[in-house]
Design a protein around this ligand. Structure first.
Ligand code: ADP
Ligand code: ZN
Ligand code: MG
Length: 479
C-alpha cells in the first residue's frame, strides 16, 4: 500500500477587468480597442509634468456596481495610492491604484469569498517586433499609449478554490455576472478580462497554507485551467521529492505547456506605496450606492436558482441558460409568449436551438421569434410534429423566420399518427423485414426494438413520433 501523502490544491485568483466607460480613469481621452496607436492620448495619460488626475465618475459607479454584485462592503471613504515602479509602459513612473483602503471590502460570489475590489488605471501596451506588422526592425519594441489610463477594477479572491476546473468554472460565473451588469466586455482574448492565479498545495486534511506561486496572464479559460493543472503537478512532484516550493511568479507557455520563472515575487514595500497627493479621498455617498443598486439587474446566479426552483429545470440546464443573458432573455420571452408551454421542454429545446446557432450567437439576432419558437415546442408536445421533423423546422425558422404550423404544412413535415394512412403499415413492414428483432422484442428484450424503430424512422423520414411507433410495435406484437 502506498503511503504517499495526498495533496490538495489551494487557489486564489486576482482578476483585472477593463471597465467599459466612455473615457479613461483620470483624463478625458476616449477608450479604444484596435485603433491606430497613440491617437487617444493627452498630457495627463502621458504623465507630463504639471498635469492633475480627475476621477472618472462612471468608473466609480461601475466599481460600486461590481462591489454590490459581489456582496462586498462598500467603503464610505476610500483612498488612491501611487504604486511606484519603472517600466516603459508606465510614463508617470507610478500607477494610481488603491492600497490599504479599497473601494470594496469583503464579499462573496458563489462558494468563493472576495477579499477586495479596487479601482486603478491600466498601463500602456508594449508592442514587440514580430508581434505586429507595425514594427519592422527586428530588435525593437514600441509603446502604444491608447490603453494607458484605461479604468480597471481589480478583484481579489480569498484562496477558496481547490481545483483547476473549479477555478475555471468560478471565473465563468464571475465573467457572466460582470457581463450581466454591463460594466465590461469581459473578453479574455481581447484582454478586457485578465486573470492571474495564485497556486499552492497542502497535505489533504491540513489547514495551513503552503508556499504559493503566481501564474501570470493566461489569456483564455482553457489556458487558465491548463496552467493551474501543470503548476499543481509541478508543486506536488517537488514536495514528494523533498524539495521546497519557492515563492515566485511564473509564466505559462500554452505552446509547450511549460512554466517558466519570470522573477522572484516583489513585496508590497518594493512599490513604495504612498497616498496620491493630487486626489482627495473617494467618498461613496448613499445616493451613489442607491444609483448603483437601482441599475443592477437580476444576477445570473439568482436567475439560475429561480429557473431551478420555480420552473423545475435541472441545475446544469438552469445555469447554461442563466449564465448567458441573451439565452435566458430569449427563453423567458418564449415562456411568456407560449401560453402554457412546459418550461422544462422549452429549456430542452433551447439546447437544440443553441446547437443550431453559430457558436456564442444571440438567438434574438436570428430570424426566429420567441413566440414562434414556443409554438413549435407546443406542436411537439401535442404530437403534431415529431422531434426530428421539429429540428428541421427549427433550422428553417432560424434562417428564414415564419410560423411553425405553416412550415410543417408547406414542407409536408406533419407527424404521422396511427390514424394517418401508412404508419401502421410501415410498422408492419418493419416487423416483417426483421423477424429476429421482432422475436426478441416479443420475448421481452426491449433493447431489440431499436432496429424496428430505425426502419420506421427511415421510411417516414423522421416524421413519425417515437412514442407512437413504440405503441404500434407493441400492439402489433401483442405485448
Ligand atoms: P501577495 O501579498 O503575494 O499579493 P496576497 O495575500 O495579497 O498575496 O494574496 C494574493 C492572492 O493570492 C489572493 O487571491 C489570495 O487568495 C491568494 N493566496 C494567498 N496565499 C495563498 C496560498 N498560500 N495559496 C494559494 N493562494 C493564495
Ligand atoms: Zn488622456
Ligand atoms: Mg497582492
Amino acid at each position: 500500500m502506498s503511503t504517499e501523502v495526498e495533496y490538495e490544491p489551494v487557489i486564489g485568483l486576482e482578476i483585472h477587468v477593463q471597465l467599459k466607460t466612455r473615457t479613461k480613469m483620470f483624463c478625458g481621452c476616449e477608450l479604444s480597442f484596435g485603433d491606430p496607436p497613440n491617437i487617444h492620448t493627452c498630457p495627463r495619460c502621458l504623465g507630463l509634468p504639471g498635469t492633475l488626475p480627475v476621477i472618472n465618475e462612471q468608473a466609480v459607479h461601475y466599481g460600486i456596481m461590481i462591489g454590490l454584485a459581489l456582496d462586498c462592503e462598500i467603503a464610505p471613504r476610500s483612498q488612491f495610492h501611487r504604486k511606484n515602479y519603472f517600466y516603459p509602459d508606465l510614463p508617470k513612473g507610478y500607477q494610481i491604484s488603491q492600497y490599504d483602503v479599497p473601494l470594496c471590502g469583503a464579499g462573496r460570489l458563489g462558494d468563493v469569498r472576495i477579499h477586495r475590489v479596487h479601482l486603478e488605471e491600466d498601463a500602456a501596451k508594449l508592442v514587440h517586433a514580430g508581434a505586429s506588422g507595425r514594427i519592422h526592425s527586428a530588435d525593437r519594441s514600441a509603446v502604444d499609449f491608447n490603453r494607458g489610463g484605461t479604468p480597471l477594477a481589480e478583484i481579489v479572491t480569498e484562496p477558496d478554490l481547490h481545483s483547476a476546473d473549479d477555478a475555471r468554472e468560478w471565473l465563468n460565473l464571475l465573467r457572466t455576472t460582470l457581463r450581466a451588469i454591463g460594466v465590461s466586455d469581459v473578453n479574455m482574448e481581447e484582454g478586457s478580462l485578465r486573470c492571474d492565479a495564485n497556486v499552492s498545495v497542502r497535505p489533504v486534511g491540513t489547514t495551513e497554507l503552503g508556499t504559493k506561486t503566481e501564474l501570470k496572464n493566461m489569456n483564455s479559460f482553457r489556458f487558465l485551467a491548463q496552467g493551474i493543472k501543470a503548476e499543481v503537478d509541478r508543486q506536488v512532484a517537488l514536495l514528494r521529492s523533498g524539495q521546497p516550493v519557492l515563492q515566485e511568479t511564473l509564466h505559462f507557455d500554452p505552446g509547450t505547456g511549460r512554466l517558466t520563472s519570470m522573477r522572484s515575487k516583489e513585496e508590497a514595500h518594493d512599490y513604495r506605496y504612498f497616498p496620491e497627493p493630487d486626489l482627495v479621498p473617494l467618498v461613496a455617498t448613499e445616493e451613489m450606492l442607491a444609483a448603483a443598486r437601482a441599475e443592477l439587474p437580476e444576477l445570473p446566479a439568482a436567475r439560475a436558482q429561480r429557473f431551478e426552483q420555480d420552473l423545475g429545470l435541472a441545475g446544469d440546464r438552469a445555469r447554461e441558460l442563466a449564465f448567458r443573458t441573451e439565452l435566458a432573455d430569449f427563453y423567458e420571452a418564449a415562456l411568456a409568449a407560449g401560453d402554457g408551454v412546459d418550461p422544462v421542454a422549452l429549456a430542452n429545446w433551447m439546447q437544440a436551438l443553441v446547437e443550431k446557432l453559430p457558436e456564442g450567437s444571440d438567438p434574438s439576432q436570428s430570424s426566429l421569434g420567441p413566440a414562434a419558437f414556443a409554438a413549435l415546442v407546443q406542436m411537439v408536445a401535442a404530437k403534431a410534429v415529431s422531434r426530428d421533423a421539429a429540428r428541421e423546422v427549427l433550422g428553417i425558422m432560424i434562417a428564414d423566420g415564419g410560423q411553425p404550423a405553416e412550415i410543417v404544412e408547406r414542407e409536408g413535415l406533419g407527424s404521422l399518427s396511427s390514424e394517418d394512412s401508412g404508419l401502421a403499415e410501415i410498422v408492419a413492414a418493419a416487423i416483417a423485414a426483421d423477424p429476429s428483432a421482432a422475436e426478441k422484442v416479443r420475448g421481452g428484450n426491449m433493447k431489440a426494438v431499436g432496429p424496428l424503430v430505425g426502419y420506421v424512422m427511415r421510411e417516414t423520414k423522421g416524421r413519425a413520433d417515437g412514442g407512437e411507433i413504440n405503441r404500434l410495435i407493441r400492439e402489433q406484437l401483442g405485448i
